[in-house]
Ligand binder design. Structure first.
Ligand code: DQA
Length: 147
């Protein structure tokens, strides 16, 4: 069975209460439930992880190799700073769909740069929590599976 890791980075544990005018009212638990329901409906496996620590995210990407077929990654602010996450993706060669709830290109200029984008299959941003299921579908499509 196809298996996907949904990996969330720093501050995404605060979803629902953190700047709801930007990120919405959906909590991380809601997002993870949505992903699990989508996986159940469409017959794939999903594992959800969140960490505020860059090294833990690197470790999670490494550990995904051989265990998951691809990753939906919302790296939060590390998107804009982390060569380590970029290198982890290159190092494992796992397909990654980059995801952001907000449209990072319509926000501050420091959010326009992504170290993930050049090594991702593609990016979904600006669709709020619905982006997670869009990203899962995009990744499954990339893996040759349709939902
Ligand atoms: C984010 C966008 C990032 O710029 C920000 O640092 C986040 C969340 C998003 O989902 O819109 O933490 O990744």
């Amino acid at each position: 069975m196809t298996s996907v890791l949904v990996l969330n980075g720093p501050n995404l544990n605060l979803l629902g209460t953190r700047q709801p005018e930007i990120y919405g009212h959906t909590t991380l638990a809601d997002v993870e439930d949505m992903c699990a329901a989508h996986a159940e409906t469409h017959g794939f496996a999903v594992t959800c992880l969140q960490s505020n620590h860059e090294g833990a995210l690197v470790d999670a990407i490494h550990a995904a190799k051989g265990k998951h077929d691809g990753i939906v990654l919302n790296a939060g602010a590390y998107t804009h700073t982390s060569i380590a996450l970029h290198d982890a993706i290159v190092g494992t060669q796992l397909p990654v769909v980059e995801l952001h709830l907000s449209n990072i290109h319509a926000r501050e200029t420091f959010r326009h740069k992504s170290f993930i984008a050049p090594v991702a299959v593609g990016m979904i941003c600006g669709f709020g929590a619905a982006g997670y299921t869009l990203a899962l579908d995009a990744l499954l499509g990339h893996l040759g599976r349709t939902t």
